[in-house]
Design a protein around this ligand. Structure first.
Ligand code: NAG
Length: 327
């Protein structure tokens, strides 16, 4: 049986028409993606050295935008969004914003857990230390960790720069995001940290300026028992607590709001502050955390992560190494 020539032409015509429509749509998608990339560059002040770099960054931007769109189409409890990290790959993100080399403390000077005998049933159902004036504004610190000073009752933004500059004896790895315990040890040894107005933050490793006067001191710190979200709840109900998380996943890179439910690993590589907890209207329990990647990341620089999950290590390992300064 032979196919009539007319039918063959119709089929062929259809095929050509359809594929040109598809090609046109692809071109259209690329053009609108290019426009998005351009306006993103303006918004974040990004400048590339030449057309080749721009083309390379555009491909990454496009791949990230597609990832974000398909993730958001899944209808999860949290969403992702284009932010300042939109033109870097996840490998670049991990290399610059987190610290995989993060070595947990071998020598612990921490003693006890002063909140151990609190009753979980007696704790408030919702805590947000921002409403009590105990949390300083979100900064964009690279991976340098902020310390919240609570014991004086004053709202002082302590100098992270001093911590970066002066705590370089292998303990806090300069700007590489050392563990919170190391930062606390430094503050104890140094006799305090300077008030930020007299030691401003410049987000790069600089030279340690000696002779600065301390605005606040930490005498010691304590660790929350490891892998115990109940213990963490007692501590966070009492004061902000530093936690370490695995912040390297794309869900972390592009988190834009809601309760983060993973996926993420538990290779601790990023320091963050737990400043509260609560329950959403749909009954999801969460930790409220303060990040240090500026206010265009997450919920104005803050993040919520699922609380009391089956894995004792907590979401992204947040229950593995929490610690807090004691006055
Ligand atoms: C908690 O209670 C036990 C038993 O009464 C006691 O030995 C321990 O010292 C208490 N811990 C604190 C931090 O008060």
């Amino acid at each position: 049986m032979t196919i009539p020539r007319a039918l063959l032409l119709v089929i062929l015509g259809c095929f050509c028409f359809c594929s040109s429509v598809l090609a046109a749509r692809e071109l259209n998608d690329d053009l609108s993606m290019m426009a998005r990339h351009e306006s993103w560059m303006v918004q974040y002040g990004r400048v590339y050295k030449d057309a080749a770099e721009k083309a390379q960054r555009f491909e990454i931007f496009k791949a990230n935008a597609r990832f974000i769109e398909s993730f958001n189409a899944e209808g999860r409890k949290f969403s992702l969004g284009i932010n300042q990290f939109a033109d870097i790959s996840n490998d670049e993100f991990k290399a610059t914003k987190t610290n995989k080399g993060f070595i947990p403390n071998k020598v612990k000077v921490s003693t006890g857990f002063k909140y151990e005998n609190m009753s979980i049933d007696a704790l408030p159902t919702m805590v947000d230390w921002r409403t009590k004036g105990a949390v300083t504004p979100v900064k964009d610190q690279g991976q340098c960790e902020g310390i919240v000073k609570l014991s004086t009752g004053n709202l002082i933004s302590l100098s992270e720069q001093e911590l970066v500059d002066c705590d370089v004896k292998g303990e806090d790895q300069g700007c590489e995001g050392g563990l919170m315990d190391d930062a606390f040890k430094f503050i104890i040894k140094n006799g305090g940290l300077t008030k930020e107005s007299s030691y401003p933050y410049s987000a790069a490793d600089g030279k340690c300026k000696s002779g600065s006067t301390s605005a606040a001191t930490i005498k010691s710190y304590e660790d929350v028992p490891t892998n115990d979200e109940g213990g963490l709840m007692k501590a966070v109900a009492s004061q902000p607590v530093s936690v370490a998380v695995d912040g390297g996943d794309m869900t972390f890179q592009f988190y834009s709001g809601g309760v983060m439910t993973g996926s993420c690993g538990t290779d601790l590589d990023h320091g963050i502050a737990a400043i509260g907890y609560g329950t959403t209207s749909d009954g999801t329990k969460y930790w409220l955390l303060k990040n240090s990647w500026g206010t265009s990341w997450g919920e104005n620089g803050f993040l919520r992560m699922e609380k009391d999950i089956a894995d004792k290590k907590g979401m992204c390992g947040l229950a593995m190494e929490p610690s807090y300064p004691t006055a």
